[in-house]
Every structure is written in structure tokens, then in C-alpha cells.
Design a protein around this ligand. Structure first.
Ligand code: COA
Length: 359
């Protein structure tokens, strides 16, 4: 009888640079204050890289691989969710491949801004569940400090640099004893949805939801560094530009919708979820989602006070913190959810399974 596979997270890792910029430091650079930043965002400090995205990604990757107890030659696939690769090419994933000794792996980057890790995780899980590959490294890494105008107080206060990673492995089992759940963006209907299987009991990634809306792309943009002067002359600066209020409204609407979508598909209620691991952009956004989900803030871990918005890195850094603090147990249901430029947004149910990677 053919085996049925489920991709599981077997290790996590993260890395943030040493250099800290506090709100007080920022108030010496732009017209802002620690009180304003804390009240509007919850952020107290952020980290700034001196080495770049690939270096941070590789450091997080090596920690995740150590946590999973695997070596580079066991990796079949590396996906890095990033929008701030150090080079247009090679991809950050190929740089990580060289750094971690994953000579056999196929490697590529995935561009979905702050949703980058979430989209990469779902993409890798689908590859693994299809049987195409067995072991994958998924990294979210970004250096938004390179893209912000440090004279623009409306954006520079929000972002920081970092990387987080997860190792995924497809476990094989007898047909019928283990099934994964997958979703698509159109049909939240439940067990009959395409790819939605029957049981979450054995752990895994999914169901998931991913959304995109290019019609609202102007809410959050950043021109490619090397091309910006050629193609974007109409823009007054070559830096990130953001309509903060529209992004805020977009986030507090789409994140609860995406979470509701995957919960319905999984047949779970919000009360069944141990932690909602949300993209760390603004504590007020997280509080609004908690309120809409009628869930206590204790179920919404926060680390943006220390790191700011690390874009594609924020969800895996937070997941790694939960894992390393021993806060995750076999069978715990987590919801990962993010949003960002594109616009992009999404959510995934992750059923945790103690493994080599558990602390
Ligand atoms: N320090 C002090 N004052 C600031 C400031 C700063 N860093 N940034 C903006 N202000 C001022 C504005 O100029 C404005 O002044 P005015 O009333 O005299 O015109 C006032 O504060 C209010 O600005 P506003 O933009 O309305 O604030 P806000 O409550 O919407 O908060 C954000 C701004 C950016 C914190 C908020 O909109 C936000 O977090 N949006 C989501 C952004 C996001 O998450 N982006 C990443 C997505 S992945």
C-alpha cells in the first residue's frame, strides 16, 4: 500500500544581529520619541545587520539544523523567504546552500515581503507532501534597514533585521494512519476542499490560506536597489514608501479572516489553538486580532518590543523562541499568520510534534 506523507517541523533556529538601536537612539536621528513609538507600535528596540541578509539567514539555518540534528547533505530543498537579498542574483538560498554544505539541495528565494516565511513554509510543505523531496530548510530573512530612509520617521522606527529558520521533514507512515491537511485560497468549506485530508492527529503543516492583492500594491513599496534609479523616476525617493493607516486597516481585517479560514478548514475553534504566532509588525494590530478572535493576549506571543518588524523573519524568530523556551508540546495546535507588501497575507495551522528538534 502506498505511503502517505506529512511534512513536520523538526528543528528551529534564529539569529539577530548584535547592534541595537533603541527608540532613544532614533529620537536623536528623527523627530520622534520613545513614548510615541511605544504607544503606537509597542516597539522599544531593533537590531541592525552589519553583514547582510545571507549571513543572517545562514546563521539561523545552522541553528535550525543543529536543533533538528541534521547535516547539510541531508537537505533536498532550501527556500528563503526574503525581499532584501544582498544580490539580485545569486539567490540568498544559494548562498545559504554554500554556507551550510547542502550540496544536494535545490535552492531558490521566494518574494512575498513580510509573508515570505509563511509562503515559503507552505510551499516547502507541499513539495514534501507530494513526495518530491524529503527534507527542507525554510528560512525567513530580511534586512529592511537597507531599504528605509533613516530620515523618514513614519517608517524607520518600525523595522529591524533578523533571520529565522525551520527544518521540515516528511515522515512516512502506513496509508490511512497519517494524513496532512492542505487548503487553498478559494474554498474554506472543510473536509471536501481540494487537498484537505481527514486528520490532524499526527502533526504537520496545514491547512493553509494564502492571499494576494496587487491592486493595493502602492500601500507598501520599495524599489530594487540597483534598478531604482532607472525605472522609478516618478518616485521622489528610492526608499521604502508606506501608507501606514491603510496597511493597518488591511492587516486587522485580513489576518482574522485568514485565521478563520484555516480554522474552519481544520474543523478547529480558536479555543483549540495554543498560540497564535503572528507577524510582529505592531502590537496594536496583534491586540486587535486577539480581540476579534475573542482570545486572550497570552495566546499571542510578542517579541516586537525587542526586534521591531523583521519582515519575513518575524514569525520564525518567534517560533524558535517558543521552541527553545520549551513552550511547545506534541499535539499543540499553533496558527502562524502574516501579512505584508504585495499585498500578501495568509495563515497556516501547525500541529507541533516533539522530535529531535524539541527542546
Ligand atoms: N514620531 C512622532 N510622530 C510621528 C511619527 C513618529 N515616528 N510618525 C508619524 N508621526 C506623526 C504624524 O506625522 C502625524 O502627525 P499629525 O497628526 O500632526 O499629522 C501623527 O504622528 C499621527 O500619524 P499617523 O500616521 O496617523 O499615526 P498612526 O497612529 O497611524 O501610526 C503607524 C502610524 C505607522 C505606527 C501605524 O499606522 C502602523 O503601524 N501601520 C501599519 C504599518 C505596518 O505594519 N507596516 C508593515 C507591514 S508588514
Amino acid at each position: 500500500m502506498a505511503d502517505i506523507m506529512a511534512a513536520k517541523i523538526i528543528g528551529t533556529g534564529s539569529y539577530v544581529p548584535d547592534q541595537v538601536i533603541t527608540n532613544d537612539d532614533l529620537s536623536e536621528m528623527v523627530d520622534t520619541s520613545d513614548a510615541w513609538i511605544r504607544e503606537r507600535t509597542g516597539i522599544r528596540a531593533r537590531r541592525i545587520t552589519e553583514t547582510g541578509t545571507a549571513d543572517m539567514a545562514a546563521r539561523a539555518a545552522l541553528k535550525a539544523m543543529e536543533n533538528a540534528g541534521i547535516s547539510g547533505d541531508e537537505l533536498d530543498l532550501i527556500i528563503v523567504g526574503t525581499s532584501t537579498g544582498d544580490w539580485l542574483f545569486p539567490s540568498t538560498a544559494c548562498e545559504v546552500q554554500a554556507a551550510v554544505g547542502a550540496g544536494r539541495a535545490v535552492c531558490f528565494d521566494l518574494s512575498a515581503a513580510c509573508s515570505g516565511f509563511l509562503f515559503s513554509l507552505n510551499t516547502a510543505a507541499v513539495y514534501l507532501d507530494s513526495g518530491a523531496y524529503r527534507t527542507a530548510l525554510v528560512v525567513g530573512a530580511d534586512s529592511l534597514s537597507k531599504t528605509v530612509d533613516w530620515k523618514d520617521r513614519s517608517t524607520c522606527i518600525l523595522f529591524g533585521d533578523g533571520a529565522g529558520a525551520a527544518v521540515l521533514r516528511r515522515e512516512e507512515s502506513a496509508a490511512g494512519t497519517e494524513k496532512t491537511r492542505r487548503g487553498n485560497s478559494e474554498d474554506p468549506a472543510g473536509p471536501d476542499s481540494p487537498g484537505a485530508p481527514e486528520s490532524l492527529e499526527s502533526g504537520g503543516i496545514g491547512p493553509f490560506f494564502m492571499g494576494s492583492d496587487g491592486n493595493r500594491s502602492e500601500y507598501l513599496t520599495s524599489p530594487s536597489t540597483s534598478l531604482r534609479n532607472m525605472f522609478v523616476e516618478e518616485k521622489p525617493t528610492g526608499y521604502m514608501a508606506m501608507n501606514g493607516q491603510e496597511v493597518f486597516k488591511f492587516a486587522v481585517k485580513t489576518v482574522p479572516e485568514a485565521i478563520g479560514h484555516v480554522l474552519a478548514q481544520a474543523g478547529l475553534a480558536p479555543d483549540d489553538i495554543k498560540y497564535f504566532v503572528l507577524h510582529q509588525a505592531n502590537e496594536r494590530i496583534i491586540a486587535s486580532v486577539a480581540k476579534r478572535m475573542k482570545q486572550p493576549m497570552e495566546k499571542f506571543p510578542v517579541n516586537l518590543d525587542r526586534y521591531g518588524n523583521t519582515s519575513g523573519a518575524s514569525i520564525p524568530i518567534l517560533l524558535d523562541e517558543l521552541n527553545r523556551k520549551g513552550m511547545l508540546r506534541t499535539g499543540d495546535r499553533l496558527v502562524l499568520s502574516g501579512f505584508g507588501a504585495g499585498l500578501t497575507w495568509g495563515a497556516s495551522v501547525v500541529t507541533w510534534q516533539a522530535s529531535a528538534g524539541s527542546i
